[in-house]
Design a protein around this ligand. Sequence first.
Ligand SMILES: CSC[C@H]1O[C@@H](n2cnc3c(O)ncnc32)[C@H](O)[C@@H]1O
Ligand SMILES: [Zn+2]
Length: 432
Amino acid sequence: MTTLAITGGQVLRPDLTVTAADVLVDQDAGEIRDIGPDLADDADETLEAANSLVMPGFVNGHCHVAMTLLRGYADDKPLEAWLQEDIWPAEGELTADDVHAGAQLGLLELIKSGTTAVADMYFHVPEVADAVETAGIRARLGHGIVTVGKDDEVAREDANTSLEIAREYDGAADGRISTAFKPHSLTTVGSEYLEEFVPKAREAGVPIHYHANETENEVAPIVEEHGQRPLEYAADRGMLEPEDFIAHGVHVDDREIELLAEAGTGVIHCPASNMKLGSGMAPVQRMLDAGVTVGLGTDGAASNNDLSMLDEARDAAMLGKLAADDASAVSAEATVDMVTRGSADAIGLASGRLEAGAPADLAVIDLEAPHLTPRHDLVSHLAYAATAADVRHTVCDGQVLMRDREVLTLEEAAVRERALEAATSLVERVDT
Ligand SMILES: CSC[C@H]1O[C@@H](n2cnc3c(O)ncnc32)[C@H](O)[C@@H]1O
Ligand SMILES: [Zn+2]
């Protein structure tokens, strides 16, 4: 057995208590072997964690990693105008190589901010998968389907691509890549395609992931056309199963919250994107109280505008209090749980907790910083004070992806340079 020891740190346990301990990782199995005192002897590789918090790697439950190329390209608009006037025209010019360059940049940012797993919806998924394989992160990937405005043949081809990609890539990269069938949303994919393809996705054994109830404008057309709330409509089409997860869930009523809780379908809350696009405030505390599995996601870098899950955690805690009009809502503990175990459970991964037998997906946070002093409560620091730059080491599947802020799996300067060139050329093409 090849081993990695993470030594001398404070370890965040699944019950959110913190104890001084070493963590011993079985690198061949990619699993945590043991957590306790004096485990460093004879380890093949060591990561120093003195004055640091050793915690589960962050799980980004909803992202479009390649959208880093569009960071800062179109700001200060609501969702529909932003997509239709700026984002979709620009995405129409993206090549497979662009998506690879953007995905590498996004993955670099994820690793540097302590994220070890991501659920991603985009196109040119083979390129995203290649970037994930090299970066060493864990990912649930899928091709996003849009059928509105397309003729039937093209629409069916798009849905077929999502199904084929889900079948082909499930288990890739030594099991680090899993997949899902990913209709973009309940308003951008016609009901006839959902009715035809959702049963095929079930047969393929992959979960279903889609944007839902993000804005009021996504709710009204479904109520008008089908006489049902969006999640009742989704449930009737077999899209609300325990393995499924929706992004956003901002405008959900009590009945829909009940449906989510009964079904066990996860919700990925994206507070920064919801605030920036002016989409609204998700009722996170109400969903948690009802027993819904809630995780966190950044959404793409064009609506956030970064991929830091520590930022997302702080935003979730702050916005959750505003939404509930209650300072005790979405507590630090609830927030840290959502950004680790909650997201992992929602997207169907066993990571998000540090215990023997769990996947060895970890982040080590450097606590020697003015904004993390004093150390009354490290869970509070994670929710309210720590930033991406405090992440010292990142480990996924037992492999060290970042050591003392140096990413080992990607050439940082080359990735940034290539993405910069791709983004510059993309915008030139869109503007001419
Ligand atoms: C068809 S691939 C995914 C598709 O989703 C778009 N997108 C990015 N952010 C959001 C959001 O907040 N709501 C809905 N759709 C979004 C992205 O640009 C891709 O076109
Ligand atoms: Zn999204």
